[in-house]
Design a protein around this ligand. Structure first.
Ligand SMILES: [Zn+2]
Length: 75
């Protein structure tokens, strides 16, 4: 099992599409609940971490790894 890792400022792809048509969200606040902002319409929602992890498909752009451009590689 791989554990999803995400950080503040990451752009993530959600499994469910937002009504505005995009499924990309930016993490703008982390805590017990996570606040994400829709990249398309700038609407922000607060959702429990467990639900977020379940609904998140993958991290599209990580703020932390922007410089390195390193892709995760399984061996
Ligand atoms: Zn939206």
């Amino acid at each position: 099992m791989e554990r999803k890792s995400f950080e503040l400022g990451d752009i993530v792809q959600m499994k469910k599409q937002h009504p505005c048509g995009t499924n990309e969200m930016e993490i703008i606040r982390m805590g017990m609940d996570i606040r994400i902002k829709c990249v398309g319409c700038k609407h922000s929602v607060l959702i429990p971490r467990a639900k977020f992890e379940k609904n998140m498909k993958k991290v599209l752009r990580s703020k932390a790894s922007e410089e390195g451009q390193q892709e995760e590689q399984g061996t």
